[in-house]
Ligand binder design. Structure first.
Ligand code: NAI
Length: 419
């Protein structure tokens, strides 16, 4: 057995790495096997048979519960921990089982602090935009903090009363309008949490030679949390990447001290020398701007809740909400889980109708992450060609001008033929 390891801050990938996979519930069964077949074919083609992924199934979700009585066995966690890189299909969320969400549990256990969502348009895919080709954005969503941390108390409970009492009596908070019927949540945002996210976004922009990283926040209202994110993000860029970035923060400083002309000159010089421009925008303005001038954004770094909204809006803009790929990554340890972003689609499960592209494009991200981008590019190119010619599963094909709807298996066969 060969395993991916991490040495000197880099992944070391053998030619036959073990890749754990969770098949997933519902349509997971159908899409996972097809995605594996496509990936195997692409890898064989790209490397002439010298490289191969060794798939290892690990259990989670309903399949796991029915087989061994556990929604998320320790062995699954251990395998992901040991193998570093894995992939998962969609999982049924257990109802009333003590686990809020299996996805959240996996992210927390491995401290996968980046939720990575690339968004692009595929020619042929129907979209509400006139110029979807202008949307080419990679979102870095913070995955471990913010209002999503799950620290909240329900109205009327003794715990809530205790927190309210503390806030009112010890912190002098008098602004809670209806204390008797209020629930409360806590929004932790830290320097460390912000810095590791923003660092990953800047490193990604540098590696892919992208022009900018935009910090998206609501710091005008939430001064210390979202405002902190902006402030710490800029400070990190200026401290850790002084020769590779130019920040809007510095631009504004030059503008105030030396005038606009000087600031523009400094900016132009920075762009010419290939520096990444670090800027920020308030979340509501960002959502407008993505519709009005999407070409201004390349890499987005944002907090957890903003990132949730932004990911769906941008994916919808390119008609790709059903095929959007995603990954959860800890760039410090190397741990990464690539995933389908949709659910188990119980309404079409078992009908050979599901679109495998969300999981497939996540697999492409995984191939890139382990440095096998040549195989990933073959798959991307095959998808571009198929979509352009109207070949897709029915969820996409029905909105295409000359759409030719195919079953999951029919579409997957076509992808393999087109590699
Ligand atoms: P869903 O994403 O499963 O389905 C919403 C709609 O999209 C349905 O009409 C479905 O047929 C369609 N759809 C989803 N994926 C598709 C695909 N690949 N191809 C074609 N059509 C597709 O969301 P829903 O119904 O809210 O959730 C069902 C189950 O999935 C629940 O147990 C939920 O908790 C779980 N879920 C799991 C996720 C994960 O594991 N990442 C994410 C979202 C939901």
């Amino acid at each position: 057995m060969q395993y991916i390891t991490r040495e000197n801050d880099r992944l070391v990938v053998p030619d036959h790495p073990v890749i754990p996979f969770i098949e997933g519930d519902g349509i997971g069964k159908e899409i996972t096997s097809h995605v594996q077949a496509i990936v195997d074919n692409a890898v064989a083609k790209a490397y002439g048979g010298t490289r191969k992924l060794e798939w290892k199934e690990v259990l989670a979700g309903e399949k796991s519960f029915n087989k061994i009585g556990s929604w998320l066995p320790d062995e699954t966690m251990e395998t992901f921990r040991h193998c570093l890189v894995g992939i998962k299909g969609p999982l049924t969320t257990p109802v009333g089982e003590g686990i809020r969400s299996l996805n959240v549990a996996l992210r927390q256990e491995l401290d996968l602090y980046v939720c990575l969502r690339p968004v692009r348009w595929f020619k042929g895919v129907s979209t509400p935009l006139l110029h979807p080709e202008k949307v080419h954005v990679t979102i870095f969503r913070e995955n471990t903090e913010d209002i999503y941390a799950g620290i909240e108390w329900a109205a009327g409970t003794p715990e809530l009363k205790k927190v309210l009492k503390f806030l009112e009596e010890e912190m002098g908070v008098g602004k809670i309008r209806f204390p008797e019927t209020t629930s409360l949540g806590v929004k932790p945002v830290s320097v460390e949490g912000t810095e590791r996210l923003v660092r990953a976004a800047i490193e990604y922009a540098l590696k892919h030679r992208l022009p900018s990283v935009t910090l998206v926040h609501k710091g005008n209202i939430m001064k210390f949390t979202e405002g902190g994110f902006k402030k710490w993000g800029y400070a990190l860029a200026e401290r850790e990447f002084p020769n590779q970035t130019f920040t809007e923060h510095v631009f504004n400083k030059i503008k105030i001290e030396q005038g606009l002309e000087q600031a523009v000159e400094a900016y132009n010089q920075a762009v010419e020398s290939g520096k990444v421009f670090i800027k920020d925008v308030i979340a509501d303005a960002f959502l407008q701007n993505t519709l009005l001038k999407p070409e201004e954004y390349a890499v987005i770094a944002t907090l957890n809740l903003n990132g949730d909204y932004i990911s769906d809006q941008l994916a919808a803009m390119v008609g790709g909400i059903g095929i959007a790929p995603g990954a959860n990554i800890n760039y410090n340890t190397g741990h990464a889980i690539f995933e389908a972003t949709h659910g188990t689609a119980p309404d079409i499960a078992g009908k050979d109708k599901a679109n495998p592209c969300s999981l497939l494009l996540s697999a492409v991200m995984m191939l890139e992450y382990i440095g096998w981008q040549e195989a990933g590019e073959l798959i991307t190119y095959a998808l571009e060609t198929l979509f352009e010619n109207g070949y897709a599963t029915s969820d996409l094909a029905r909105f295409m001008e000359s759409g030719k709807p195919l079953s999951t298996s029919g579409f997957s066969r076509k992808v393999i033929e087109s590699l």
